[in-house]
Design a protein around this ligand. Structure first.
Ligand SMILES: NC(=O)c1ccc[n+]([C@@H]2O[C@H](COP(=O)([O-])OP(=O)(O)OC[C@H]3O[C@@H](n4cnc5c(N)ncnc54)[C@H](OP(=O)(O)O)[C@@H]3O)[C@@H](O)[C@H]2O)c1
Length: 252
């Protein structure tokens, strides 16, 4: 097995009921990766996605487990890992920490402290807890891939406020630190920083953000599949670590 062969690995993808997370699940399934998928509220979407995955990738005979988790709760994340161990008899080899939240309050005076704390909990603290849940297993086997879903907001761009920017910028900082600490164990840590990805709960289509969409140099929204391409590339390319990859149609 080559060092970057993903077949037979187990990936935990949070927020797999959403646009980007489900596209990541589809691509990793194409590579023969077993899946532990989480959703928070949208069981209907999750069930539909799992049915599609099972049909489309039947030849791989994948184990696909589904878990309801509020990633704002450390207890629920711990329970998630117990369930994964029961169902897959191991902890994940690949972590795609993708579940995210961002209520659009562009101006600091409209962002309450509660909104700030909540956003940081879901987007940043959860990834810290998730990493702690996977890292011992990855260290022991000297193989692991960690990908955070950051955002163009981490660099000051995007349509959201400073609370969201802080949560995503925090992810990139944590990623860069972890990448240097974990390299000796052959664990790569990177993030993807998308902007204006359509077919998602965050941005259903260009009509949801007409002025912003018109200003994208490539003149269209990005797709969940394009975002998943980058996640898959990072999982397949262990020599790349410590990178934040902007996927933004030419936006800065
Ligand atoms: N769309 C974009 O243009 C864009 C740009 C930059 C970054 N991102 C990031 O991409 C990631 C995926 O978002 P998306 O665009 O695919 O939007 P989405 O379709 O709304 O997906 C969001 C996912 O996160 C889950 N989630 C939300 N709150 C959660 C919580 N408290 N606990 C557990 N899961 C929770 C949702 O679960 P349920 O639906 O089941 O509740 C859903 O699966 C997010 O981190 C987002 O910040 C998106």
């Amino acid at each position: 097995m080559s060092i970057n062969d993903l077949r037979g690995r187990l990936a935990l993808i949070t927020g797999a009921s959403g646009g980007i997370g489900s596209a990541c699940a589809d691509q990793l399934a194409q590579h023969g990766v077993h899946l532990a998928l989480t959703y928070s509220s949208n069981l209907e979407a999750m069930n539909r996605i799992v049915e599609e995955l099972k049909t489309k990738h039947a030849e791989h005979q994948l184990r696909i487990s589904v878990h309801q988790v509020d990633v704002g709760s450390a207890e629920q994340i711990e329970a998630l890992f117990q369930q994964i161990e029961r169902e897959h008899e191991q902890r994940p080899d690949i972590l795609v920490s993708n579940a995210g939240y961002g209520k659009r309050f562009p101006n600091v005076w409209d962002i309450t402290l509660e909104e700030f704390d909540y956003t940081l909990n879901i987007n940043l603290r959860a990834s810290f807890i998730l990493v702690k849940g996977v890292v011992e297993h990855m260290k022991a086997q000297r193989w692991g891939r960690i990908v955070f879903m950051s955002s163009i907001a981490a660099q000051g761009g995007g349509i959201n406020g400073c609370h969201y920017a802080a949560s995503k910028g925090g992810l990139t900082g944590m990623m860069k630190n972890l990448s240097t600490r974990l390299a000796e164990y052959n664990i790569s840590v990177n993030d993807v920083a998308p902007a204006m990805i359509g077919d998602t709960g965050m941005i259903p289509n260009a009509n949801a953000i007409p002025e912003v969409a018109a200003g994208i140099p490539l003149k269209r929204l990005g797709t969940p599949e394009e975002t998943a391409n980058v996640v898959t590339m990072l999982c397949k390319t262990g020599y790349m670590t410590g990178q934040s990859l902007l996927l933004a149609g030419g936006l800065k």
